[in-house]
Design a protein around this ligand. Sequence first.
Ligand code: MG
Length: 154
Amino acid sequence: MRIGYGWDSHEFKSHIPLKIGGVTLPHDKGLGGHSDGDVLLHAITDALLGAIAGPDIGSLFPPSDAQWKNADSAVFLREALKRVKAAGYEIVNLDSTLILSTPKIGPHANAIRTRVAALCGIEGDCVGIKAKTPEGMATENAAIANVAVLLKRS
Ligand code: MG
């Protein structure tokens, strides 16, 4: 068994789509970044890479590389999954906590869970999607994602 942990944050910017967990959510701001800014997929990618002691997302997909500009973050996740498979592991489950003030994630949690499960090739009941507001953290203009993943030998 292997455990992995990933963390990411992105700043909200006006006039761009908000993508979290591969789902576009209705909101007046999105998450800025070199790629599509999908904070949850980035944290999942890093958790998977960490579990196999691989390079991190920034090493594999440097923001300085123009080919990742506006990239669909599912591309990063697929590369991590490929490396997990090559290392001889598969996902048992993953759990996540998002920290953001708006929008409310609750109404979209099942859609995010379903999309993340499909991207990872696992069942929906193996994907935890939780959200908190950033009480006392003064991070109202950011979204943060924490992810833990468990792998077993395939
Ligand atoms: Mg990121």
